[in-house]
Design a protein around this ligand. Sequence first.
Ligand code: 9WO
Length: 252
Amino acid sequence: MRIEVISLFPQLIEQVGAFGMARKAVEVGALQLIATDLRNFAQRADRRVDERTFGGGPGMVLQAEPVSRALAAAHSCAPGAKVVFLSPQGAPLTQAWAERLAAEPAVVLLCGRYEGMDERLAGQVDVELSLGDFVLSGGELAAMVVVDAVARLLPGVLGDAASAREDSFSCGGLLDHPHFTRPREWQGRAVPDVLLSGDHAAIRRWRLKRALGATWLKRPELLAGVDLDEEQQALLREFVAQCRESGNEVKS
Ligand code: 9WO
């Protein structure tokens, strides 16, 4: 897929394609990442793209014309590309959104700066997404997060395709289960026996139970969004019962 990021700091955006999964996605040809400098579309000789806000007050606003020209150029390369604006006013970014974007042939991520963009650009944006209820100094870091979340879902990017599906939120809307690695005992704490048992059915049940338990403890509101089957309901009941018995320390 093609992701074009329109920004005042394109060098920042290039960094997300230089490391880890996003880099791998670029290397295997699953992702074409283009960082476009909004200043290339400035109308003024000084390459500025901001102006004072009508109505007065401090701070600057991104002008409509340079952004509109940058979007037109992006659409000429990728007709029909979905335009995403990153802002605290957006809908929460979720794994479902990452999956939706990963299924698109082309996406444009538009990064604001200053106090925001001219409101008359709203009609040129298809979706506004937010990482959470906080303000950054611009949309770039949020766009980099979107690129990373989407890149790892692209075909051929994860060595083990199963690991994308099984981690947090891809595991049927549940949080991840705990993980352990060598050594078997560290600072007097052993790895749960079941994980060393070789009994794959028991391991699957343990992981499912811990995923349900972690979700119940840390993000109970997520459980409202998943339809638990009978096995899952039984495992969660077991977890809750053990948790109440032993003051939050569930061992098996
Ligand atoms: C700046 C500002 C200053 C004074 C009073 C109100 C204000 N609002 C803003 C503001 O929202 N600036 C934004 C900076 C304009 C759009 C790009 N910027 C941005 C994106 N900040 N934070 C994000 C963001 C994006 C996604 N998820 C979380 C935050």
